[in-house]
Design a protein around this ligand. Structure first.
Ligand code: ATP
Ligand code: MG
Length: 347
């Protein structure tokens, strides 16, 4: 049988870490061409990382590390920038504690396993946890108010009720996000396209944030209006994208938040619009770029549910666009959204 007939990816490296086998499934799963990989050092050809961004080859080190390692069972690894792979490794040694003769990797798609495991156990426990904290506060404040209504001043009651309201909003938003996720994953997300004015949408979102207490001087808007192609998109969905990116910039970033809208020529897609949200905070370490758009991933101390950017990417891709992350010249994170103009074909 030919290795190209195998359903799973097969990668073999020799005693010098050179790739000697790279089958068709490995090409498909990694997006790499075998001609560019064969003969290369596997550690540079496949720079795998674990989910925390650590270089996996450095951790496992079959060539110079402990000579008793025999490999490992299936684990989720990332091939930068953002491919998730399930990798099983075997380190073949001629005898115990001898140098490796061959390293054999088996690669599998994460889709099936991720759906099954992560989505069930992970989703249930995360959702339960996320719902519990706002509901605990709703329950606590309403119980206190009902029992000791006369003891509080109007001011105190108002404060408690506004906390209850904010927590109820959080629960509503979480549930809306979960519903979007199930639609995105089932490919059932509806995009109701109409001609929209993206600069207006940006201004509307900024006004909303200023009204809810954010300092207007934090926002720096560079909105091109003339020369922008007609943009056909779903205004509610784009508002969601904007709200998520702006909230992230305010919550996880610092200082100025700059929003840019410009016309762009999208490779292979034709005219489009580029939306960029950047901030002057600490930004995101480059080795985590691949993770930020994945479900439930959150970094740092101020992380929320970790669903925001997953939804953003889903919504943008449903529009035929692309969402990417980078480092801003302002110092912080930079999120770039490319949206094709997507005007309906004219007769
Ligand atoms: N502008 C930013 N600057 C620095 N880190 C960011 C920025 N935006 C996102 N991140 C990082 O990416 C992680 C994922 O973002 P995402 O919006 O998906 O989740 P979240 O904000 O933690 O929670 P949610 O949006 O669901 O309430 C964040 O937890 C944060 O660590
Ligand atoms: Mg967020």
């Amino acid at each position: 049988m030919d290795v190209d007939d195998l359903p799973d990816g097969l990668v073999v490296a020799d005693a010098d870490a050179r790739v000697v086998e790279f089958n068709a499934a490995a090409e498909r799963l990694t997006g790499l061409d075998r001609r560019s990989v064969l003969g290369q050092d596997i550690r540079t050809a496949l720079p795998l990382q674990d989910s925390r961004g650590r270089r996996w080859w450095q951790c496992t080190d079959p060539w110079t590390g402990l000579a008793i390692r025999t490999g490992h069972r299936e684990r989720l690894l990332i091939l930068p920038p953002a491919r998730e792979l399930l990798v099983t490794a075997r380190y073949i040694r001629p005898g115990r504690s001898e140098p490796v003769e061959r390293v054999v990797l088996q690669l599998r798609d994460t889709e099936s396993r991720r759906r099954a495991e992560h989505d069930h156990a992970g989703l249930i426990s995360t959702v339960a946890h996320e719902l519990r904290s706002p509901l605990t506060s709703v329950k606590g404040f309403t119980a206190t108010l009902l029992r000791r209504w006369e003891k509080f001043t109007d001011e105190q009651k108002r404060l408690m009720l506004s906390t209850v309201e904010a927590d109820a909003d959080r629960v509503t938003r979480l549930i809306a996000e979960l519903l979007d996720i199930s639609r995105i994953e089932a490919g059932r997300l509806e995009v109701r396209r109409q001609v929209i004015d993206l600069p207006d949408l940006v201004e509307g979102q900024v006004r909303r944030l200023v009204a809810s207490g954010h300092d207007e001087s934090r926002f720096d808007l560079c909105l091109e209006r003339d020369g922008l192609p007609e943009l056909w998109a779903d205004p509610d969905r784009l508002e969601q994208v904007l709200a998520n990116l702006l909230e992230n910039a305010l919550r996880h970033g610092e200082g100025k938040v700059r929003v840019t809208v410009t016309a762009a020529d999208l490779n292979g897609v034709g005219p489009g619009v580029l939306l960029r949200v950047e901030d002057a905070g600490e930004g995101i370490p480059e080795e985590q770029f691949g993770m930020v758009f994945t479900k439930f991933w959150r970094g740092g101390r101020r992380g929320g549910t970790g669903l925001g950017l997953y939804v953003v990417r889903g919504l943008v891709e449903a529009h035929g666009g692309r969402a990417t992350v980078g480092r801003s010249v302002l110092g912080g994170a930079e999120f770039t959204i490319q949206l094709p103009s997507a005007a309906p074909a004219r007769p």
